[in-house]
Design a protein around this ligand. Structure first.
Ligand code: CTP
Length: 268
């Protein structure tokens, strides 16, 4: 069983999210967004690598700053992504986990954890890490919109009039990776959907994003230790849909990683 371990524990970057402005070069905001992404790419690209059985997984929410103390975010806990990282490690993968703010750190010390805060941070990390992985599992709940003109270093003051915050779209990071993929790379996305449109909407995402599979979950998965997913995978010209029975997130994670291994074997 291959266990490619090309990083030392001291390579890890596990710093907790800093307040915006503490180090704007890393956490981004305003005009620094592209710059912060570039800096992270530079930091990480110096690490030696292989894509032989290397999993890149993203998990947790992004935080998009409004001002020094406020941000736009979502309720993702990152728990499912961390379970997948553990399952992959158990199956002999080397694992890099890109983990959002507030998400719990995995207990397994072999998993290489790199923290991000904003979608721009994550974009920079993907630029550096995606080319060297064999599989990308994108479980992070990435913002679709972010404040267009955040005010780092300042605080918006109370007033009696209403306040409008303009949001701009965030690029689709998964679709961007899919556009740059090598033929042997496997890409899996996630979709949290209202039950009545789950399959239809996930099929649309599978095509739109150009990935191998989408794991579609009903909205209730967010607060649950269990998961009842529908796996939609690209199959020739069509789409294969499988309903996986309710299971713990840990069991689901192992099943998903075994399925990814099967797809990889089939391509070899
Ligand atoms: N995703 C991404 N970049 C974004 C938004 C989402 O890479 N800016 C990824 C997520 O990590 C997930 C997949 O795309 O793997 C689906 O995310 P989801 O939020 O369900 O879909 P959206 O494309 O954002 O579409 P919608 O908001 O209409 O559901």
């Amino acid at each position: 069983m291959l266990r490619a371990r090309w990083y030392a524990p001291e390579d890890r970057i596990q710093s907790p999210p800093k307040p915006l402005g503490a180090d704007r070069r890393i956490w981004g905001g305003g005009d620094d967004r592209r710059e912060s992404a570039g800096l992270l790419s530079t930091m990480i690209s110096t690490v030696p690598h292989t894509n032989d059985k290397h999993l890149l997984i993203t998990a947790g929410p992004t935080q998009e700053p409004i001002d020094e103390v406020r941000f736009v975010s979502n309720r993702s806990s990152g728990r499912l992504g961390v379970e997948i990282a553990h399952a992959a490690d158990e199956l002999g993968w080397s694992v890099t986990l890109l983990l959002g703010p507030g998400a719990m750190q995995p207990a397994d010390t072999r998993i290489r954890v790199i923290r991000f805060r904003t979608a721009a941070d994550l974009e920079g990390l993907l630029d550096a890490q995606f080319p060297v992985c064999l599989a990308l599992v994108m479980a992070a709940a990435v913002a679709d919109f972010r404040p267009k003109n955040p005010t780092p270093g300042a605080k918006i003051r109370r007033r009696d009039q209403s306040l409008t915050i303009e949001l701009e779209p965030v690029p689709d990071l998964l679709a961007r990776c899919a556009g740059n993929r090598k033929p042997d790379q496997v890409l899996v996305g996630f979709a949290l959907e209202p039950g009545d449109r789950l399959s239809e909407s996930a099929q649309d995402k599978l095509r739109r994003k150009g990935v191998d599979a989408i794991v579609a979950n009903p909205l209730e998965t967010m607060d649950s230790g269990a998961i009842e997913a529908t796996l939609l995978s690209a199959s020739g010209e069509g789409v294969r849909s499988e309903h996986w029975p309710r299971s713990s997130k840990g069991e689901f994670a192992t099943r998903l990683m075994k399925r990814i291994e099967k797809w990889i074997e089939e391509r070899a």
